[in-house]
Design a protein around this ligand. Sequence first.
Ligand SMILES: [Zn+2]
Length: 336
Amino acid sequence: MSWEEDFRNRYPCPCGKGEYEEIHYSDDWGRSETRYVMLCPSCKEKYVYDHTVIHGHPGDEIERGWVLKSVLEAEHKHRKSVEEKAKTLYFKLWEKKFKSLRTKKQMWEILTLNGKYYPSLGTFYKHTKGYTQEEMTKYIDGFFNYHDLKRVFKVCGVNPDWKYLGANKEEIQRFQSDNLDIQKKHEFIKTKQKGVSFPYSEAKPSEVTDVYWIYAVRKKGKYPKPTPRSGKWLIFVNPENVNEVWVKINKAVEEGKLGDSAKVSTAKPNPLAGGSKARVICVYTYDWTDEKDVKRIREELRRLGITNKIPYKADEDTLKGKYRITGHGRISKYYE
Ligand SMILES: [Zn+2]
């Protein structure tokens, strides 16, 4: 099983004097991955590509992009400091929660809040097979880290002292929110964005620079309301072709031939992303488990000229930043 290159593009680097390359790969498992190579020698010294999906941003596919190494280093230092301070406040409490437990299953229940967090019970048993008590403690304590702070606070049952931790607004939001809240927030963002971009429904994506997305909304016929299992077909387009492709998709959505909506990224430069110039079109479906509907829409897209292989992603996976945060290939629900 091997990764195959689908296509590559070149774009101007941050300093503007050179270029970087964006290379798209996919494999037979339906995974896809994009790699970025800086070609400009002076930017190569200063920048690294950050695959982090920007949270709370309506751009499902927008990663943070090229970031100054000095900025990343400062962030790393900040995170370490938040983690250290959290340890001084709550580590004793954390240890206490696990101390008097007799079985591994009890430990798992506390650690994952009864399966709400990673890992599953089976994976937990696999990880800790044959562990001594000391090794168990080490394993459990490994979850007391910056990225798992939300879980840590819940396990400890504390209302964190944000000021002492030095956490910023975004972090406080992230460490406090529940998955369900994120779901609601996403629906809210979608709705809000639709409202914002209604005046643009006839506009050409390449000419719009004041909103990130333009939406198409169904005008004819009925379609089920989005479920928590909603998702979308993702179509990546070169900026030169985006208007032409979008006209067709916009029309098909309005005429009731696809789902309830679609969106396209515009020419508005994203100061945080700084990265990809490729445009993306998301064609939404109400439920990824309704395979018949998902495939019907794929078939319709083929009729509109989208004949190359494209991935289908569940919104839920997008929200969790699944597989992207770690920089690995992401799993698509479908790829055809
Ligand atoms: Zn450069």
